[in-house]
Design a protein around this ligand. Sequence first.
Ligand code: C2E
Ligand code: CA
Ligand code: CA
Ligand code: CA
Length: 278
Amino acid sequence: HAKEHDLVFIRYTETMKKRTQSKVELENDMRKALLRGEFFLEYQPQFSLKTGKMVGMEALVRWNHPKRGLISPGEFIPLAEESGLIVPLGEWVLRTACRDTRNWQIQGYEPVCVSVNLSMRQFRQYNLADKVDAILREVGLEADYLELEVTESMTFDIETALSQLQSLKRLGVHISIDDFGTGYSSLNYLKNLPIDRLKIDRSFVKEVMLDGNDAAIVSTITTMAHHLKLKVTAEGVENEEQLNFLREQNCHEGQGYLFSRPVPAAVLESQFLSRLAG
Ligand code: C2E
Ligand code: CA
Ligand code: CA
Ligand code: CA
């Protein structure tokens, strides 16, 4: 048994070593990637469930690694967060999303709002609002067309979250709570924080037709949002049944593969943005 055990142990340490190596490698690669322009954005359109009209889009970062090809944000965002690289990367995402959105307005497309994800590290920056303000001025985008997505965990320290969100709201940007329902924050903060929207996490939407509990959760979140005068968006809408259920609940907006996957900027422009009349 001793032998077997040793083997398992060796294999274990080797995998661990490889894992940390590739982690360090990936972190180093990421540093260069920002300078080399290997990151790009995709946009996922968001639709009014009432009118079917496109009302906004979420910017999602992508990394085209020279050797490994496309790496999903689920893999590199946590690393970027850990190493602190998320701060310059997040700023690049924000600037690029705002610039694209402004350029589409200049080209005569109907203006829509762009949503940008904020990470914990970014949210903790004392000068975040100044940075957002500087970027909006630099690209000439009105604050009204920018929505920042934060998660429940960022509101855990309520004092800091309140002052940070108030500074952002003073600029005129909108705030949404992403992945709503998956965090463990008290509902009390909902009435105290200056937020505009709840985004129902896609884990609840996924089984809404199969699991009565998920249906109850989606219905409850939607009703609560209405009472609190918040907008509500369902994430991960993949089929007509889910869409119909969400419509019955008067959920305002939806985002998901049923409408569209996240697409490159050029595709969003040609397939989803509409020209202003006249
Ligand atoms: P998220 O903010 O919850 O973004 C939505 C994710 O759900 C996206 O994954 C999107 O492609 C996926 N999705 C959209 N519709 C559907 C659907 O109908 N079904 C399913 N199964 N999935 C759907 P993606 O692009 O891989 O991003 C994963 C996460 O990475 C994001 O989750 C977000 O937390 C993070 N992320 C992406 N871009 C950024 C960024 O620029 N900054 C930060 N801080 N995080 C980002
Ligand atoms: Ca999001
Ligand atoms: Ca989400
Ligand atoms: Ca998510």
